[in-house]
Design a protein around this ligand. Structure first.
Ligand code: NAD
Length: 482
């Protein structure tokens, strides 16, 4: 049981303004495993005020990029030093199997910090161009105070995705974690502080959506960055639109893995599982539509079914576990509802389809595969956010691209083939922000984000820092030598 009675605001652990608390429930035991104060609008006000002061008065934005990046490098080491503790904490909070969480929830965030730390070498904030009357300096200037809102599925990863580029840019941040996963953010605050982050640059206020809305619309916030559902993203975009406030949105996905006729299934299928069902299927990048040619459809469906049926379901802290419980009871009910919809619309369950035998405690759903799926079905169109895969037939390459693109989302995808050149050409035609050929993974040096309802703007790469920068054209005295 982990309890905190303070909030991390302005570089101090302070008494919260309100008296209510958030209980964190372990999805495996269904018991309370942690308790933190529930942040209120007054706490957001205090955090934004601290961030405003830190931005406006401490010279943080004027510090060199290299000095700010050095903090990120130390923070990465801080995460790595606490790898086991953080893995256990996040697995306990939200059910991620520790076998995956060690990498996906903890090592990956430290790698993102390392990437941004390395930008000190190359990220230029000034460039001189030729103007009409003389030189013009194009400057990138930190936007100011950032309101950052993150989901529960990869909480430390998302905290780093927001805070690291904001630090490179010279912004200050008020972070609102999801109420399901506030515990790891206390460790994150300690790590950032020990790494040398000045007071006020980061404040953390765990709270629900109403308090999140207060952060989004706060008059002293300059930029909003949000990761979460498309439904919430639309509301936040509307609020920011009204205020003409810059916003980055990383939203849902329904990505397709296209398996071409010549793919070697023995090597592809294990990688497909990594790409589709990681984190118990609770990943925005999950490639939950597996597209197979009609000629090999039965073979692909059998291979995927066999691999999914062999997954070990159980205690997320057991290193042998591959699939843990879903984050909450409501999430389990939602996923079971999608499975019912799939059956109702005529898809065929080839493995799974319900709650696993012998696991009555914990919010488990059996890893499930559907065959005979038409891309128009609910299970192929909506983001399920659970361990449920659809295998969908295609006629030819054009049809595969058309099916992949027949989605409201456009986040991710992959193409698998013995012919890498053909797969690469096909990948160019898929309308998603990220796509990989014959592997699955994220490239932290490349922009990440969605087409269509998967979001607005990009994170990662230098583009991720640009998202926190205003651009100023400073025309010099025309007598200045070029
Ligand atoms: P959610 O939208 O319900 O909540 C996400 C966060 O936003 C939480 O902190 C929540 O309290 C807050 N929130 C919700 N409504 C809000 C509002 N109107 N104003 C301000 N804050 C609000 O999403 P979730 O269920 O926590 O997370 C799952 C979703 O996140 C999935 O759709 C998944 O695809 C998406 N996601 C996307 C990415 C990406 O990079 N594209 C990464 C991870 C998760």
């Amino acid at each position: 049981m982990i309890e905190h009675d303070r909030l991390y605001i302005g570089g101090e652990l302070v008494k919260p303004a309100g008296t209510s608390t958030i209980e964190v429930i372990n999805p495996f035991t269904e018991e309370v495993c942690g308790r933190v104060p529930e942040g209120t609008e007054a706490d957001i006000d205090a955090a934004v005020s601290a961030a405003r002061t830190a931005f406006d008065t401490t010279g943080w934005a004027e510090m060199s990029v290299a000095d700010r990046c050095a903090i990120l490098a130390r923070a990465s080491a801080g995460i790595q030093a606490r790898m086991d503790e953080l893995t256990g904490l996040i697995s306990t909070e939200m059910g991620s199997p520790s076998s995956w969480a060690m990498f996906g929830q903890v090592l990956a965030p430290s790698m993102i910090l390392d990437y941004y730390a390395g930008l000190a070498e190359t990220y230029a904030t000034e460039e001189t161009r030729a103007g009409m009357f003389g030189p013009v300096v194009v400057r990138k200037e930190a936007m100011g105070v950032v309101g950052a809102i993150i989901p529960w599925n990869v909480p430390l990863f998302e905290a780093v995705m927001k805070v690291a580029p904001a630090v490179v840019a010279g912004c200050t941040v008020v972070l609102k974690p999801a109420p399901e996963t506030p515990l790891d953010t206390y460790a994150f605050a300690e790590i950032m502080e020990e790494a040398g982050l000045p007071k006020g640059v980061l404040s953390i206020v765990p709270a629900g959506r109403e308090v999140g809305e207060h952060l989004v619309t706060h008059p002293l916030v300059d930029k909003v960055t949000f990761t979460g559902s498309t439904a919430a993203g639309r509301k936040i975009a509307a609020a920011c639109g009204e205020l003409l406030r810059p916003v980055t949105l990383e939203l849902g996905g329904k990505s397709a893995a296209i398996v071409l006729d010549d793919a070697d299934l023995a090597s592809v299928v294990p990688q497909l599982l990594d790409a589709s069902i990681m984190n118990n299927g609770q990943a925005c990048v999950a490639q939950t539509r597996i597209l197979a040619s009609r000629g090999r459809y039965a073979e692909v469906l059998d291979a995927v079914t066999e691999a999914v049926a062999a997954l070990t379901v159980g205690d997320p802290l057991d290193p042998a576990t591959q699939i843990g419980p879903l984050v909450a009871e409501r999430q389990r009910e939602r996923v079971l509802g999608f499975i019912d919809a799939g059956i109702g619309e005529g898809a065929r369950v080839t493995t799974g389809g319900g709650r696993p035998d012998g696991l009555d405690r914990g919010w488990f759903v059996e890893p499930t595969v559907f065959g005979d799926v038409d891309n128009k079905m609910t299970i192929a169109q909506e983001e399920i956010f659970g361990p449920v895969l659809s295998v969908i037939p295609f006629d030819d390459h054009d049809d595969a691209v058309a099916i992949a693109n027949d989605s409201p989302y456009g986040l991710c995808g992959s193409v698998w083939s013995a012919d890498a050149a053909t797969a690469t050409e096909l990948a160019k035609r898929v309308r998603t922000g990220t796509i990989t050929v014959n592997h699955f993974g994220m490239a932290f040096g490349a922009p990440f984000g969605g087409y269509k309802s998967s979001g607005l703007g990009r994170e990662l790469g230098p583009e991720g820092v640009d998202a926190f920068m205003e651009k100023k054209a400073l025309s010099l005295d025309p007598a200045t030598p070029a």
